[in-house]
Design a protein around this ligand. Structure first.
Ligand SMILES: [Zn+2]
Length: 256
């Protein structure tokens, strides 16, 4: 699968600006992923987004990551790897922040790149306690929980979405959808090496500096999470992205 970096913004909105050869999902899970995480796929500024909404396994992720131009830096004591274009702009943002006595640092060692197994572990860290909880509350039969637990992570995703549609949520505090807490396996923006979880995300000045350098918030209510889109805010509507205001912050989501 040849990935190319886009620089042009085409007329025709979000769909027109997806990578060439992008496999448009036709199933409900894929469409949900596109809606909730899809800003990444129209990234510009030298970014190379994947041409699939969901990586099915480690081999697909490894092949994609191996095809990218990457950059590794020690940031705030952590070794962070990102796509080279995203890292360059991040370092510009860090330098500008420093002028104003602000810092921009990753939250931890897995705040930049992740591999497929990392996303599987995070997914299980929400799904398994959630299942135990709903069984103990009498909302879910033990046999049904066992059946879901035994499925592959890929097969679990529609099952968890189904339970959530019945009011059983799987975020860490069980109050909202799992997609606002951890990404379903193979869908994390961190697999694309175009995302960073930032410690100082609560500082509006930090968010402004990041935005000025092409880093925006694109996953509603995932507060530390920033995505490299490589454009100015004024260019986002041209890419088919819309601004969603939530909790005093701006998030950019596909206009679908
Ligand atoms: Zn993140």
């Amino acid at each position: 699968m040849p990935e190319t970096s886009n620089t042009q913004i085409k007329s025709g909105g979000y769909i027109a600006n997806l990578p060439s050869g992008f496999i448009q999902p036709t199933d409900a899970v894929g469409q949900r992923i596109l809606k909730d995480y899809g800003a990444l796929f129209v990234a510009r500024g030298g970014a190379v987004p994947p041409n699939t909404a969901i990586f099915k396994n480690e081999a697909e992720v490894s092949a994609y990551q191996a095809s990218l131009s990457k950059s590794n830096e020690n940031l705030g004591g952590f070794s962070i790897e990102l796509q080279a274009a995203a890292m360059k702009k991040l370092k510009d943002a860090i330098a500008e922040a420093k002028q104003a006595d602000l810092s921009i640092t990753p939250r931890g060692a897995d705040s930049g790149k992740r591999d497929y197994s990392g996303t599987v572990e995070l997914w299980a860290s929400r799904v398994n306690p959630g299942l135990v909880n709903y069984v103990s509350k009498g909302k879910l039969p033990q046999a049904e929980a066992n059946r879901i637990k035994a499925l592959s992570p890929f097969e679990q995703v529609p099952e968890i979405f189904k339970l959530e549609s019945q009011g059983m949520f799987f975020s860490k505090d069980l109050s909202k959808s799992i997609v606002y807490s951890v990404a379903p396996p193979g869908t994390s923006q961190h697999l694309s090496m175009l995302a960073l979880d930032v410690s100082e995300h609560e500082n509006a000045k930090v968010r402004d500096v990041l935005a000025k350098h092409g880093w925006f918030q694109t996953v509603v209510s995932d507060l530390p999470h920033f995505t490299f889109l490589g454009v100015a805010e004024s260019q986002q509507p041209g890419l088919g992205l819309k601004k969603v205001n939530d909790g005093g912050r701006s998030f950019w989501l596909p206009s679908l």
